[in-house]
Design a protein. Structure first.
Length: 553
């Protein structure tokens, strides 16, 4: 750890103002980012501890929570929120401390308080209160509900019809934070309560929230208005389902945006039943009977016409002719197959439907494609439907492309904006990585450099003995020009004897162009040493190496 601290100190001492500023700002931003991430990730999910407290109760609860060091929140309705995982524990602690409000919610534990000396009215009231508390606890277990209050009015089963009243219920729920209650939740709650109370139906239940929103009204749902609302909603949902189904087929065949589908349906919610009876005789009779009657004979003589003449003696007798009678009867009995069919129509069947398709003539210009489109729409109605009630209409027109162009432009702008936001979100990370890279690189460079500090103002001050480099002797300088054997360096004593010749003469003899260093002010002898190192790098390197060895000794 110590070498790292030393490197850091060395880097800080040698860093310029810009490096220090970037390092400080980058480190502060990194700490701020990490702190924000830790703050939002460690924030617990809150739940209701106590609701609708009186001012005195709220003050007592807040004081006790402050003593225990618990983080809490209080809203405008004097409802206290604490971490969900600590609700039960805190309720127990506050109850033991005597500051918990008196919660009037009964449960099955209160059944033991019902004594034999209680009147039937008191006993019924207590049982009803227990039932309300149990239902409230059951409703509170739903995800979207923090607390529930249930009030039940039992039915009055009076022997007099005019005094009979059905059971009714009213439920008030408090929504949990971030989970808004919907009408579906109201229906679920109404069903739970209706199935838990004897004689209670959903028509006599209302469910509302503490914010005043009505989630469920049994009278509206079961009345004529409720049935009309349900029918309209069902027709709209079925029409939208049919439209999506046909639109998906057309988009697959002709491309997205080439067609626009509109579907209207009419549904029958009336309950109806049909009974059909059919008798079918067998092919062969099971019994046959034949009766033949044959009568023959003469008619008897009659005495004539009633009166004086027929009774006069000697009157002639009336003549009569004989007659025959024949009759034949046949009967056959057959077995009969009896069939009785009862059909009940399910409410919600489609009795009429209209499909309208608007097609882009610029994209569907081929007559064969247009015919295919019309056949597809017509077949969507079904083969067994009444053509008067199930209709299809296809119209071809050139679509206006202005909206598509604007939509494409908006899409491009949105994509560019999203990309820019993504780049901005990655920019802090890139800045942190850049700062970290610069810091590591600078620390590493400073740590590797063996000699720290600025160059001396004169070349000779950096040499052993502190003599100026301009006092080098001409003869020894010529020796330096000729070079030393490879691997052999000038000793400090040899270099010290190079006195008597100024480096300016060497500069003139070598005909080296002056080194352009811009507007920076430099020492002239040091510039001459730079020129010498440029022409004789090996000799200068050996010389510097000898100096370093001399200093070590």
């Amino acid at each position: 750890m110590t070498p790292f601290v030393e490197r850091l100190k060395t880097w800080w001492r040698d860093a310029d103002k810009t490096q220090k500023t970037v390092s400080i700002v980058g480190s502060a931003f990194l700490l701020l980012l990490l702190g924000g991430v830790f703050f939002f990730s460690s924030r617990p999910q809150l739940a209701i501890l106590f609701a609708d407290l009186a001012p005195g109760q709220l003050a007592a609860v807040q004081s006790e929570l402050d003593k225990q060091g618990v983080k809490y929140e209080v809203d405008a309705s004097r409802t206290v929120y604490v971490p969900r995982s600590e609700v039960t524990k805190l309720q127990a602690k506050l109850t033991a401390a005597g500051v918990a409000p008196d919660i009037q919610k009964f449960g099955y534990r209160d059944l033991s308080d019902i004594g034999m000396m209680n009147s039937p009215a008191v006993e019924g009231t207590k049982i009803n209160a227990i039932h309300e508390g149990v239902l409230a606890d059951m409703i509170s277990t739903l995800d979207s509900v923090d607390e529930a209050i249930v009030r039940i009015s039992p039915m009055d089963d009076s022997p007099f019809a005019v005094e009979r009243r059905p059971a009714t219920a009213s439920i008030l729920i408090r929504e949990s934070r971030g989970n808004g209650a919907t009408g579906d939740l109201g229906g679920v709650v109404a069903g739970m309560v209706a199935n838990s109370v004897q004689g209670l139906s959903k028509e006599n239940i209302t469910v509302s929230t503490t914010e005043g929103r009505l989630l469920y009204d049994g009278q509206s749902s079961s009345g004529s208005n409720g049935m009309v609302t349900e029918k309209i909603a069902a027709q709209r949902e079925e029409a939208d389902r049919k439209r999506r189904e046909l639109q998906a087929q057309l988009d697959t065949a002709f491309g997205r945006g080439a067609t626009v589908v509109q579907v209207m349906v009419e549904m029958d919610f009336d309950k109806s039943s049909t009974t059909e009876e059919k008798r079918t005789p067998s092919e062969t009779p099971v019994s046959m009977r034949s009766i033949t009657e044959d009568l023959t004979g003469e008619r008897p003589n009659s005495a004539g016409v009633t009166g004086l003449e027929s009774n006069t003696p000697g009157a002639p007798a009336t003549s009569s002719n004989g007659s025959d009678y024949k009759s034949k009867q046949e009967s056959r009995e057959y077995l009969h197959d009896y069939t009785r069919t009862v059909r009940e129509a399910v409410p919600g069947r489609i009795v009429a439907m209209g499909v309208s398709v608007l097609a882009d003539s610029s994209r569907i210009a081929d007559p064969a494609a247009q015919t295919t489109l019309q056949n597809t729409v017509q077949s969507f109605l079904g083969p067994l439907n009444d053509p008067e009630k199930f209709t299809a209409n296809v119209n071809f027109v050139a679509f206006d492309q202005t909206a598509n162009a604007e939509a494409a432009k908006v899409t491009e702008e949105r994509a560019a904006r999203d990309q820019m936001q993504q780049m901005f979100s990655l920019l802090p990370i890139a800045a942190l990585l850049l700062v970290a890279f610069m810091v590591v690189r600078t620390v590493k460079r400073v740590a590797v450099t063996p000699v720290a500090g600025d160059f001396p103002p004169t070349a000779g001050e950096g040499l052993p003995g502190g003599d100026p480099a301009s006092a080098i002797a001409p003869s020894n300088l010529e020796q330096l020009e000729q070079g030393q054997p490879e691997g052999q360096a000038l000793t400090p004593s040899e270099f010290a004897s190079l006195e008597g010749r100024d480096l300016e003469e060497y500069d003139e003899a070598s005909e080296i162009e002056p080194l352009e260093l811009g507007s920076k002010k430099v020492n002239k002898p040091l510039q001459q040493i730079y020129h010498l190192a440029e022409n004789k790098p090996e000799e200068v390197a050996n010389l510097v190496k000898a100096w370093m060895k001399e200093e070590v000794r």
